[in-house]
Design a protein around this ligand. Structure first.
Ligand code: M6R
Length: 595
């Protein structure tokens, strides 16, 4: 996944600075390297080319020395083809230096193009698949106008892609989408036009947006934006919408990192999730009561949410299935027009989730998207959309989107058993309780716990029933944010092998709730303690089995929310202590748009 950003009519005449600032907002999409191409306002005599600056490394503190100009494109990269080098960073130029391309996706057939282009004497300066796009357009533009050359080139690419192209001569930007997100924004007051992979890039200037669909392209000139169908070349009507996102949503608001801000925002976002989607949730509840089979799918954190959904349903006496979306295809044959496929995704752009959803849709399943980001591919292909309303999640690691999705699945469960209002009250109470609980005393305790774990190499997390998906998410937060090996197990699994790993002082977190699982989880805890483990309870009750207790609010089946938030915060403070970047963990991308 990479970040694309472009501006036309930059009112400051510092388009490169505007693009750099926008790319910083997209850094969560890729942070190996970055680059900008601009048409300068004043041209150096004899230099009729775009000016380009590219660097490896994070964009956070970067500055640009590019000259003044009103039109520029930029890119922040998460490497796929070609190592992390200045040369491989985007934008990529054609041989003339008058055309530059930024790209998000993978051109699966790039090698065959590259061979042909080399035979025609095109000079390549990178190892990327992207560079072929610039040279393909250069080749085609010899025989047709630029717009159709770009459209034709894009239509020939195999794979999921989005591109942005800047042309020196005509001073236009052309962008096209097939499988990777693109959104345009218009600042009507200043006549500035923006292109981005995601809205936060230009939220500072406008919240009036059009999300491109697959098979669509835009041509952005100084006088406006036109939308086209890529296959027919025919102009289409733009579908502008005004989002309720505010600039502050994409700022750190005084927090040192987005991750910490987003963890704390859960005090509000969980309640917000309970205020929306009532109509859709009740409609789904009806279908499930009519006998539709529910299948939950997702990847990573979203897959743990899917698993929690299965436990919520089971507790309410409703059967369901769940799969990691990447493991769903063997089970596709059991999907039909009586299946409700509940797909969970923060971004709505995760390739594995999209592939599974498309395949299920073909078999007649009703697709439900439980998504956070707006305008995504998943949202557009779904039959029922449950946006969870957590606002832009900028940190790569998912937190507030996850708990908003969890709250949404909980509400759905209560709706099926005709207890929707009760469910809503419980979610509202949860949010109130979290406000009190997330106080400086708790935070100091978590910082001390994190300090005591800083030099550990392995930690283990156990939980039972609803606390099992909670342990998986807890351990993932620790791994992602601090690079400390954390492994989650269902408590019952322990004695079947894992217990060999427990030695004197091995840190063991025990996630528990005050429910029917309490005695059993405490028995498993005793087994860990007997092997010398350092037992840290994360629970709403005390127990002699715990060496330490991080006390969480006692909220019945919603206790897991507090238990998970402990993992989020510990991950954050461990990450800080171990020198990781909590907002941008190594090797990760915010949404994984490749298979
Ligand atoms: O955007 P999605 O929710 O579909 O993303 C799914 C996973 O890639 C994502 O949850 C991932 O596991 C994150 N690193 C979690 O913090």
């Amino acid at each position: 996944m990479c970040g694309i950003f472009a501006v036309v009519n930059d009112k400051t005449n510092h388009a490169a600075q505007t693009v750099l600032a926008g790319l910083k907002k997209l850094e969560y999409r890729g942070y190996d390297s970055w680059g900008i191409a601009i048409k300068p306002t004043s041209l150096t005599p004899g230099v009729q080319k775009l000016q380009v600056e590219k660097h490896i490394g994070k964009i956070g503190e970067a500055k640009t020395n590019l000259p003044e100009g009103t039109i520029a494109i930029g890119h922040t990269r998460w490497a796929t083809h070609g190592g992390v080098t200045d040369e491989n960073a985007h934008p990529h130029l054609d041989c003339s230096g008058k055309l530059a391309v930024i790209h998000n996706g993978i051109v699966e057939n790039y090698l065959e193009f590259k061979e042909e282009l080399i035979k025609k004497d095109h000079q390549f300066s990178s190892e990327t698949d992207t560079e072929v796009i610039a040279h393909l357009i250069e080749e085609k533009v010899k025989h047709q106008n630029l717009v159709s050359a770009v459209f034709k080139t894009f239509n020939d690419l195999v794979g999921s892609n989005a591109i942005g192209v800047i042309d020196f001569e005509s001073e236009i930007i052309i962008a096209a989408r097939n499988g990777s997100p693109l959104v345009i924004g218009v600042d009507e007051i200043n006549h500035q036009y923006f292109l981005g992979s995601d809205v936060p890039a230009f939220l500072k200037y406008t919240n009036k947006v059009h999300f491109l669909d697959d098979g669509e392209a835009v041509v952005i000139t100084k006088t406006g934006i036109k939308l086209f169908d890529l296959k027919t070349g025919k102009e289409k009507k733009l579908n502008w919408q005004t989002l309720d996102w505010k600039l502050e949503d994409a700022e750190k608001a005084g927090f040192p990192h987005f991750l910490l801000k987003e963890i704390h925002e859960q005090k509000e976002t969980i309640t917000k999730a309970a205020l929306i989607n009532e109509k859709e949730i009740l409609e789904m509840a009806k279908l499930i009561r009519q006998g539709y089979k529910t299948v939950f799918i997702g990847c990573g954190t979203a897959s743990y949410c899917a698993l929690a959904g299965k436990y919520f349903f089971a507790n309410a006496g409703i059967t369901s299935e769940n799969y990691g979306a990447y493991e769903y295809l063997p089970f596709l044959k059991f999907t039909n027009n009586k299946t409700l496929l509940i797909t969970i995704s923060q971004s709505g752009e995760t390739a594995d989730t999209l592939i599974a959803s498309k395949a299920a849709k073909k078999r007649g399943a009703i697709i439900v998207a439980v998504v956070n980001a707006r305008g995504s591919t998943l949202e557009r292909m779904a039959d029922i959309v449950l946006p969870v309303g957590a606002g832009p999640e900028i940190a790569v690691v998912s937190t507030k989107a996850f708990t908003a999705q969890l709250a949404t699945l909980y509400l759905l469960t209560t709706a099926i058993t005709n207890k929707y209002d009760e469910g809503k009250n419980k979610i509202n109470k949860l949010a109130d309780v979290l406000k009190d609980w997330l106080n400086p005393v708790l935070i100091n305790q978590l910082i001390d716990t994190a300090k005591s774990l800083m030099k550990e190499e392995h930690i283990y997390v156990i939980g039972k029933h609803l606390n099992y998906p909670a342990t998986l998410e807890f351990a993932l937060k620790i791994k992602e944010t601090s690079y400390l090996h954390a492994e989650a197990f269902a408590a019952g699994e322990l004695k079947h092998g894992v217990i060999t790993l427990i030695q004197k002082n091995t840190p063991c977190f025990v996630l528990a709730s005050n429910d029917e699982t309490k005695n059993e989880i405490l028995s498993s805890t005793a087994e860990l303690k007997a092997r010398g483990g350092r037992i840290i309870g994360v629970a709403p009750f005390e127990s002699p089995e715990f060496d330490e207790l991080i006390k969480t609010p006692d909220l019945g089946d919603l206790t897991i929310f507090g238990n998970i938030i402990v993992g989020q915060l510990l991950g954050y403070y461990l990450g800080i202590g171990r020198g990781a970047d909590p907002d941008k963990p190594r090797n990760l991308a915010k949404s994984v748009t490749v298979k």
